[in-house]
Design a protein around this ligand. Structure first.
Ligand code: ADP
Length: 246
């Protein structure tokens, strides 16, 4: 198991957003989180890498700490959790004043202390893999939205995380740019990366995910392999959601 989360709870003020979420991620597995807007998908994702601190529950990371929330979390454990994963955001969050290459090597050189020459060589190889070798010296504003998002993915890969987290990676893109980003994610899945993907693209989830979790009202209402969940949902709430979307 790469990561196991149990009983994750989170409130924002009076708003109880997560009401006990369990999630297991095996190595090499792709998990898709689907569900209506506001069901807590992003909050789950952010909890997995420490961007959000749950009120209760545990997260155990393979080869790392087992963290119990509700009590103060030791700083070393927080960092360990954050180090294991890298997040690709809805908006790419690239630094606008840095070139593509500078954006990609920033984390490895500044946070992980990778020697610059090595970080550059690795960044160039990753950029070539997503078809952006010739854009290394371009600035984000010179790229299309799809290219920017591919750089966002490369930036996450450059950190060599155990777990890749995607938060609706295509929802801010024009429809014609969605395909090129999904194609990159699909390749990563085929290469065996461990990933958790929040997505509205149910067709994509069906193609790429090993396991789909349907969240509603801050709980996992149902989970299963896409071949089963999309064709024969067991729960009424899942059925209603899929009927609305598909
Ligand atoms: P989803 O990703 O399924 O759309 P989210 O996890 O983004 O759901 O949000 C679930 C609920 O939590 C929403 O009602 C949202 O307004 C609320 N929420 C999320 N983040 C915050 C925050 N930082 N402060 C207050 N409320 C938040």
């Amino acid at each position: 198991m790469a990561l196991t989360a149990r009983g994750i709870r989170k409130s924002f003020g009076q708003n109880e957003v997560l009401r006990g979420v369990d999630l297991e991620v095996r190595r090499g597995e792709v998990i898709a989180l689907i569900g209506p807007s506001g069901s807590g998908k992003t909050t789950v994702l952010r909890s997995l890498n420490g961007l959000e601190t749950p009120d209760a529950g545990t997260i155990a990371v393979d080869g790392g700490p087992s963290i119990t929330f509700g009590a103060p979390v030791p700083k070393a454990d927080r960092f360990a959790l954050r180090d294991r994963s890298a997040m690709v955001f809805q908006h790419h969050n690239l630094f606008p004043h840095m070139t593509v290459l500078q954006n990609v090597i920033e984390g490895p050189t500044q946070v992980q202390r990778v020697p610059k020459a090595k970080a550059i060589a690795e960044a160039e190889a990753l950029l070539a893999r997503v078809g952006l070798a010739e854009k290394r010296d371009a600035y984000p504003f010179e790229l299309s939205g799809g290219q920017q998002q591919r750089v966002g993915i490369v930036r996450a890969l450059a950190l060599k995380p155990m777990l890749l987290l995607f938060d609706e990676p295509t929802s801010a893109l024009d429809p014609e740019l969605v395909g090129e980003v999904l194609a990159v994610i699909k390749e990563l899945a085929e290469e065996g990366w461990t990933m958790v993907i929040v997505t509205h693209e149910l067709g994509f989830a069906r193609q790429v995910a090993d396991e789909v979790l349907f969240l509603d009202g801050g709980v996992v209402v149902e989970q299963g392999p896409p071949s089963r969940l999309f064709t024969a949902p067991r729960e009424e709430r899942t059925r209603r959601f899929l009927d609305r979307i598909l």
